[in-house]
Design a protein around this ligand. Structure first.
Ligand code: UDP
Length: 375
């Protein structure tokens, strides 16, 4: 059985690494990695390949920079050529980025079976490009692997056949479990001169938060207020940096006492910083899940989350409309010792990838012959 695993953007590497490893552990599976190049730079790509012990990708598609629509077209065309060469049985896509939907579509058009890992998540917010990618990928997928109960409920409500859906847990947590100790050995805190529980960790990159001047102004106000209580470490995503520069806010942010601006961190460094933060403030999907697993308080600057288990069982709180006052109140609650205690959601146990590998090997896939030109 031949599986092509797609990676394209930062959050994909942590999910594909344990899957690729679990596939290689099965004697009858051939597993290859296709990097679309959707986010390609050292900080958002190379470092994860190295830290997560991934091999160099079998194909690098070098997606042209551009809008999601432009990248979608480019990736589809290039991935189609890979399918013709490789003739796989499966294409496996993870998460909700442009590459996820682009490659799922091409595979489905070519009659190749599509597995979607992290299926069924819905924020209900159609302004998020990721929401559209999730819904469309789930419609196409032949097999859907789900991380939490809400995913099962959403897919059932959307009429997806239940026999295609498997509740398997969370592959992102597989990576966390595997690399937690290695991350602890890096001494990232000492390098940065901070002590455990004595800093706030901030990440922000969703367009709704960072693409407008109003959003960034609110963020700046909040950061300035928090920094009066605890130092703030802020690894800045390239999208956020570009936006701060465009609105001429970089100077104000960097000159705020108590604020440390950092480059985007490697996976291991960031994992270590999350584990020891007094609180993590974010709009990232994966960070909501990782903080829940680590039982670290998390404040998510979004009106809704597609990962409700992190609020219901875990340590996550949502702050709507980027409201600095509400956020500061919640942050002070945590800093003054009134954080809620979370629980680890079912099947987030570090074994998800091997469950997925077993399910995929048990299915009877009919291989299609893929011709370069469609007739
Ligand atoms: N992450 C990282 N370095 C950073 C910030 C985040 O390695 O500076 C990791 C984080 O631990 C998680 C993943 O990147 O595993 C989340 O990626 P991102 O926030 O870009 O995407 P999302 O999860 O929102 O789709």
């Amino acid at each position: 059985m031949k599986i092509l695993n797609v990676v394209g953007a930062r959050p994909n590497f942590m999910k594909v690494a344990p899957l690729h490893r679990a596939f290689l552990a099965q004697p009858d599976i051939q597993s290859k990695i296709i990097h679309t190049g959707q986010h390609y730079d050292r900080q958002l790509s190379d470092i994860f390949i190295r830290q997560l012990d991934l091999p160099q990708p079998d194909y690098f598609l070098n997606a042209l920079p551009g809008s999601p629509a432009q990248q979608m077209v480019d990736i589809r065309q290039k991935f189609d050529a890979v399918l013709c060469i490789e003739q796989p049985d499966w294409v496996l896509v993870v998460g909700d980025v442009t590459s996820t939907l682009a490659c799922a579509r091409v595979a489905a058009q070519r009659g190749v079976w599509v597995a979607h890992v992290e299926a069924g998540l819905r924020s209900g917010d159609c302004r998020m490009p990721e929401e559209f990618n999730r819904i469309e990928t789930d419609r196409i997928a032949d097999v859907l692997f789900v991380t939490e109960q809400a995913g099962l409920d959403n897919l059932r409500n959307e009429g997806i056949a239940p026999e295609k859906v498997f509740f398997v847990g969370n592959v992102l947590i597989d990576s966390l479990v595997r690399y937690r100790q290695k991350a602890a050995e890096l001494n990232t805190l000492a390098w940065l001169g901070v002590c455990p529980q004595q800093y706030v960790l901030l990440t922000m990159h969703r367009p709704t938060n960072v693409d407008t001047e109003t959003g960034l102004e609110k963020l700046l106000q909040l950061v300035q207020a928090i920094a009066q209580h605890k130092p703030v470490l802020f690894p800045i995503h390239p999208r956020t940096r570009a936006s701060l520069t465009q609105f001429d806010l970089m100077g104000r942010l960097s000159s705020t006492p108590g604020v440390r601006l950092l480059e985007p961190q490697g996976y291991l460094e960031f994992l270590n910083l999350m584990e020891h933060a007094a609180i993590v403030i974010t709009d990232s999907g994966g960070v909501q899940e990782e903080t829940t697993y680590l039982n670290v308080p998390c404040l998510t600057f979004r009106n809704s989350t597609e990962r409700p288990v992190t609020v219901d069982l875990g340590t996550n709180h949502l702050v709507a409309d980027l409201d600095p006052e509400t956020a500061l109140k919640k942050i002070l609650d945590v800093l003054e010792g009134r954080a809620k205690t979370g629980r680890i959601p079912p099947l987030w146990d570090g074994q998800t990838a091997s469950r997925i590998a077993q399910i995929m090997t048990s299915l009877d896939v009919k291989r299609q012959s893929i011709q370069p030109v469609l007739t």
